[in-house]
Structure formats: C-alpha cells, structure tokens
Design a protein around this ligand. Structure first.
Ligand SMILES: [Cu+2]
Length: 120
C-alpha cells in the first residue's frame, strides 16, 4: 500500500489509544478533576478602576492584573501579602493566590483605587 495510507492508519491507531488512555484517566473523576484544576483570572485596570471590583478565586488559581491605562498602577494588598510594584502602561502582573483569605488591595500611586481579592 502507498506509504501515506500506512501513516494515516498508524495515526488513527495512535489516536484511538490516546482516547482510551484519557478515558481511563479522566472517565470517572473527570468532572472533579476539572473543578480542582487551577484557573486563570484577569483583573482589568482601566480609567483608574479595577474590574471586577471583587474577584473570588480558589487557592492555587492565578490572577493577572492587566493595566490598560496610559500610566502605571500597582496592586498592593493592604496587609502587604502581595505587591505588584509598578505595573507599566499596557503591562501585566501575575500572582498565584496560594493563601486563603480576603485581601483588600489598593494602588499605592492612586490611593482612591481599591478592590478586593477573595481566595477560598
Ligand atoms: Cu494607580
């Protein structure tokens, strides 16, 4: 048979094996596993505001602050458990929320900017 058909057949067999393997791994506990998979959340900083104002995440999730303003901001926990430092215009800052709690945070450059990160 032409080589290309043989390759296709091999690929199809490989695909079937991968499918069986993932069914074995994730078949029963798939939903529970998905619930626990760390998620990525985005907080937008725009017009001197954090959106959303309150974000609830699960411990282990990652939060990204995206600064869409033309000047720098920070995301600084009032208890100092996290501090982005200056996030440049069009810049981002990523934080892995490991500790549970309610974290009020501010922009140290513009103290009227306030928001809350809840880690459950
Ligand atoms: Cu600011």
């Amino acid at each position: 048979m032409p080589a290309i058909l043989g390759e296709r057949r091999k690929l199809r067999r490989l695909g079937g094996m991968v499918l069986l393997l993932s069914m074995a791994l994730f078949g029963s506990g798939g939903a529970a596993l998905a619930d626990r998979a760390p998620a990525l959340h985005v907080i937008t900083i725009e017009a001197m505001r954090y959106t959303p104002q309150t974000l609830e995440v699960k411990a282990g999730d990652t939060v990204v602050w995206e600064n869409k303003d033309a000047f720098p901001h920070t995301a600084t926990a009032e208890n100092r458990s996290f501090d982005s430092g200056e996030i440049a215009a069009d810049g981002t800052w990523k934080f892995k929320a490991a500790r549970k709690g309610v974290f009020n945070y501010v922009c140290t450059l513009h103290p009227t900017m306030k928001a809350t990160l809840v880690v459950k």
